[in-house]
Design a protein around this ligand. Structure first.
Ligand SMILES: *Cc1c(COP(=O)(O)O)cnc(C)c1O
Length: 384
């Protein structure tokens, strides 16, 4: 197959299946769950992650992540759990970054004990916070940057270097940045994980996951994953392949809208604080410029104390208060009521997540329309 290196050409073409029967322009969907086994090089079966549509979309994701190989899964959590269980066994230890996705956090604290896998969550995201937690039996370092919901950055190259020095496997959840904005393998990270439910899918209509790494690591993850059975269906693979064709275009618009929105909110008299790595005021702005090509479509902000965040959300007309993120449509939620409800007020406060903090997933609509919606909602909840 031709090697393409341009982002939007990779998005559009890598992995596509030729329609040899009719010459159609897009990959056909092959729904078979039964394939020949005699005199064939590859025995195909959906749970072996090797049907034509599974391979097509995995090739695209591998190319985007500058990886040798990739696998797709039925959800981001299937990718994360299958990958962690591949490299960890009884008696091993993992260092996790403190702010990781709630579902990944739950998987660790609810399941690891019964496998006899030890873990530590760091106190902060400085390299020293990770290094100080490494033990004799540590096998994996796991990070997520930008983090949810405060968009804190972890130094990807620094973590990769630390992992190499100590002989550990480094993993990153790259969901928030997407491979358009961040390619961690270029910085030396071993394994890249995605909830493809988010930017890769991008239309709020599929649930999927992915992992990208070397051929050797992906083969190991495959051996475990065929036992765990978290593969994606061919129809979903087709939808994901279709979605990724516009990933570069979508993320460019998410980036531009979010930077403009963050700047607008930062100067708004009703707003107390904005968290966005593209802002000069963000404590990790220099690091963002070093390791990100764009700053992403996610931002968080706090309204001033006199404003009610729930009333604000209800007053919005275009922006939808919704779970999940990264669709073409703008959505918003209050982490204290959703993703971070279970951790309790005290732990939230320690992490700097105020009860007035809103996580805003900026869509690809016209910027003026998103701003006008926010403006009218603030007006509506302002006591005159
Ligand atoms: C949504 C999400 C996940 C989990 O993905 P699912 O597809 O819901 O299983 C993992 N990491 C991050 C950062 C996410 O936003």
């Amino acid at each position: 197959m031709t090697k393409y290196s341009g982002l939007n050409t990779i998005c559009t073409h890598v992995g596509e299946i030729k329609d040899t029967q009719f010459g159609g322009a897009v990959s056909p969907i092959f729904m078979a769950s039964s394939y020949p086994y005699l005199d064939v090089e590859v025995k195909r079966y959906p749970r072996y992650f090797n049907t034509p549509n599974q391979e097509a979309v995995a090739l695209k994701i591998a190319a985007l992540e500058h990886a040798e190989s990739a696998l797709t899964f039925a959800s981001g959590m299937a990718a994360i759990s299958s990958t962690l269980l591949t490299f960890l066994k009884h008696g091993d230890h993992v260092v996790f970054q403190n702010e990781i996705y709630g579902g990944a956090y739950n998987f660790v604290v609810e399941e690891f004990d019964k496998f006899g896998i030890e873990y530590t969550f760091t106190k902060g995201v400085a390299i020293a916070d990770f290094e100080s937690q490494i033990k004799k039996n540590t096998k994996v370092i796991y990070i997520e940057t930008p983090s949810n919901p405060l968009l804190t950055l972890t130094d990807i190259a620094g973590i990769a270097k630390l992992a190499k020095q100590k002989g550990l496997i480094s993993m990153i959840d790259n969901t928030f940045a997407s491979p358009v904005n961040q390619t961690p393998i270029d910085f030396g990270i071993d394994i890249v994980l995605h909830s493809a439910t988010k930017y890769l899918g991008g239309h709020s209509d599929i649930c999927a996951g992915a992992v990208a790494s070397t051929n050797d690591n992906i083969n190991k993850i495959f051996q475990k994953s065929k036992n765990l059975g978290g593969n994606m269906s061919d129809f979903m693979c087709y939808l994901l392949e279709r979605s990724i064709k516009t990933l570069g275009l979508r993320v460019a618009q998410h980036n531009a809208n979010a930077l403009a929105m963050a700047t607008y909110l930062e100067h708004h008299k009703a707003v107390k604080k904005v968290y966005y790595p593209g802002l000069k005021s963000h404590p990790n702005h220099q690091l963002a410029k070093a390791q990100m090509k764009g700053f992403g479509g996610m931002l968080s902000f706090e309204l001033k104390d006199e404003f009610d965040a729930t009333a604000f959300q209800k007053a919005l007309k275009l922006v939808k208060p919704s779970l999940s993120l990264a669709g073409v449509e703008s959505t918003i939620l209050l982490p204290a009521l959703t993703s971070h409800a279970l951790m309790g007020a005290k732990a939230r406060k320690e992490q700097g997540i105020s009860d007035n903090l809103l996580r805003f997933s900026i869509g690809v609509e016209e910027l003026e329309d998103i701003i006008a919606d926010v403006e009218q909602a603030i007006k509506k909840i302002t006591k005159s």
